[in-house]
Design a binder for this molecule. Sequence first.
Ligand code: ZN
Length: 309
Amino acid sequence: MSYEGEMLKKLKMPSKKKVGEELLKVLFKYNGTVREFSSSEEVVNELADRFFLNPDQRTAELKRIYRKENRIVKTPLWHRLLYRAADSLAKEKLITRPTSTIRLTNKREWMLTENGFKKASELLNISERENDLLPIKFYELEKLVRKMQLAKSPKNYNPISSQKRTKKTTQNTSIRQRGFRQAVIQSYDFKCSICGLKIQSPKSVYWEVEAAHIVPHSSNGKDDIWNGVALCRLHHWAFDVGWFSLTNEFKIIVSSGYYKMPDEFGRTGNYEFFKNHLVPQKSIFLPTNEALYPHKHALEWHRNNVLHL
Ligand SMILES: [Zn+2]
């Protein structure tokens, strides 16, 4: 047995496999990325806590002699085990190495891949439905979101897909849908474009805001940022049922039914909730980058097909 192996055994260190599994869970907890271990004592300690490592296990050092320079190099055993576990996950393509992630995010961090994300949700017993809404990044998704956010708005854009959507969602379309959602809500700074509501669940996990399709999936609308707008749940519903639409200048147009609503509708107590949060002609809140604005072809379609005049 190697010197390192003997030390691991003597100190009863956890197995590389177990450390890897725990690392996947920690990555999931931190939304898909953690900084490389040399610059993040926090994660190194958090993982040590998860294994209840004692002070000896945390501080043991491997001493190696560099013969050439005739000096002894000391490496903390726990760091080394953690690195080896991460390295094996990278070999299994469950995470990306800081040297690859930096090319995408400009940060030296370990990042989940799509398979790593799936494996972590399995380990944590998280259902697929719940999973779909979690704002967790993984490499393939992040790549797609960045691509969507960097694309130029096309002049001749058709928001309707020519390919029929099949019931069986392929793996690619599910990344596409997730990418659409993430790219839209990020571009609108997690706010509803109509009322500006920005709110998360108490544990800061889920965003309330939704990425609404302008041409909906049921009419073969594309999962493109130009066919999307960020809306809170009330406004998403009101947009989908035709209570309002948007002009090409991004101003609110409301259905004529709005003026004929019974008095007790759309109120909370004495407050005109619905009308105060849907003001005709008001400009909506938009992304900072103009290339990400909803496309006028999608808005035209919505005015012609969904808005209830
Ligand atoms: Zn809203």
